[in-house]
Design a protein around this ligand. Structure first.
Ligand SMILES: Nc1ncnc2c1ncn2[C@@H]1O[C@H](COP(=O)(O)OP(=O)(O)OP(=O)(O)O)[C@@H](O)[C@H]1O
Length: 417
């Protein structure tokens, strides 16, 4: 890994970082709704979580459960007919919900950056990818580029001094060895770069970053337009751009979904490595618990606009508590040694409609363990051992009312009781 990683924070980032708080991000009871003609879509309905400094939090859940809307809310990018209805989003202790659009323009891409799912819509089609990447460096890492420029100019100066010294030796010394000296001077001259600009440095850094994320021939790629690259290449360039912003919080929304498994593994390695060096925090959104296990420190399992289980990846992976998390675990493809066939479970039933979500626990119509109480009361997240939190009536302490804790029949699940 090159010294490109010795990033310096911009003044703006430093200002915010100085306001130290326990968590980098603390979301409290967030509700983001969409007011559509069909009704109110309760996309995010009372979500609370924290992101620590220097950690990767994973968000996992089936399609439509509110992962992207949560992420967009963090950047105040919810547009009509949507609205952040209530809640707090404390970033370094300051509430994002209360920030003006002008203030958000300074935060987006500086302190918080988001890598979107669709690279074609995010890259400018008429600008070469190298120029787009260089622009990100110029906007977000000027101090670092200036340091590198000083270093490059000093190197040039040293090269010129060496050439001067060698030319002197050539004049005064014997003819023996003069051929070698001439060749050395020629080699040094080739290393000299005339009139190095900050833009040259930005391009050099861009090519180095593309190289590091596994794009071959980075020097050629930076001269191409987005439509001249494959979907996988564009996605990796988007990730490179997100990383080049060097934000305190990087939000990655399904950045590897469209990529094949080998490239996906390469990108996850790269994100892990860069995160270790940069010590920033990442919110990583995915459908796959397998990806979460590979990459994240903690995980929030989302279902139908709510977080249903939340804690350290290891604890949840080794001992999932919520029936939905158990279902997601069973859906991770594994190959059985005995049958040499892939055993893939699916969670029966459909993701609920967020305009008319089921009463009580939203998962109960699909849950094998659903009880009468699950139909009546949406369980809040409660603390379990190892700081794991789970929202499920199976873990209620007081089960003194046997009727409430009676298991529902399949028929009862569908009826009003
Ligand atoms: N602009 C919008 N107008 C109306 N409803 C919306 C809008 N954007 C999102 N939604 C709804 O909000 C809900 C949550 O969507 P979201 O995109 O957050 O899901 P997700 O978990 O990220 O899914 P995926 O994994 O497929 O990206 C969905 O029911 C979706 O239809």
């Amino acid at each position: 890994m090159s010294e490109t990683l010795n990033y310096k924070q911009s003044n703006e980032k430093q200002d915010i970082a100085n306001k130290t708080s326990e968590f980098l991000l603390e979301v409290k009871d967030l509700r983001t709704y969409f007011y559509t003609e069909e009704g109110v879509v309760k996309a995010v309905d009372g979500v609370s979580f924290q992101i620590n400094h220097d950690e990767i939090l994973g968000f996992v859940g089936e399609t439509g459960c509110g992962k992207s809307v949560t992420a967009l809310s963090l950047l105040k990018l919810i547009r009509t007919p949507g609205e952040i209805l209530s809640g707090e989003i404390l970033f370094n202790g300051e509430d994002i919900v209360k920030k003006s659009e002008d203030e958000m323009l300074k935060i987006r891409g500086n302190s918080i950056t988001m890598i979107f799912q669709d690279p074609l819509n995010s890259l400018n089609p008429v600008i070469k990818v190298g120029d787009q990447l260089a622009e990100v460096y110029l906007l977000h890492q000027m101090e670092y580029l200036e340091d590198e420029l000083v270093k490059a100019r000093e190197k040039n100066k040293r090269l010129k001094e060496n050439i001067k010294r060698m030319k002197k030796e050539l004049k005064t010394g014997s003819s023996a060895g003069s051929e070698t000296l001439k060749n050395q001077i020629k080699a040094l001259k080739e290393q000299i770069k005339f009139r190095i600009t900050i833009l040259d440095i930005a391009h050099k850094e861009s090519a180095a970053l593309l190289d590091r994320i596994g794009l071959p021939n980075a020097d050629t790629i930076i001269n191409r337009f987005p439509h001249e690259l494959s979907g996988g290449m564009r996605q990796r360039i988007m990730i490179a751009m997100g990383l080049a912003c060097n934000s305190q919080l990087l939000i990655c929304d399904e950045p590897t979904t469209a990529l094949d498994v080998t490239i996906q593994a390469q990108i996850l390695d790269m994100i892990r490595e860069l995160k270790r060096k940069l010590k920033n925090s990442i919110l990583f959104i995915t459908h796959s618990l397998g990806v979460i296990y590979e990459l994240c420190d903690r995980v929030a399992v989302m279902y139908s606009g709510n977080i249903v289980e939340y804690g350290k990846v290891e604890d949840i992976y080794n001992n999932p508590k919520h029936p939905y998390t158990k279902g997601l675990m069973a859906a991770i493809p594994r190959v059985s040694k005995a049958s040499r066939e892939s055993e893939l479970m699916i969670i029966p039933g459909m993701v609920p409609n967020l305009i008319f979500p089921p009463r009580g626990c939203r998962f109960h119509p699909r849950c094998d363990h659903a009880m009468v109480i699950c139909k009546k009361v949406n369980p809040p997240l409660k603390d379990m051992e190892n700081n794991v939190q789970v929202a499920c009536h199976l873990y209620d302490e007081d089960k003194s009312d046997p009727e409430l804790y009676r298991k529902l029949t399949e028929k009862e699940k569908m009826e009003d009781i």
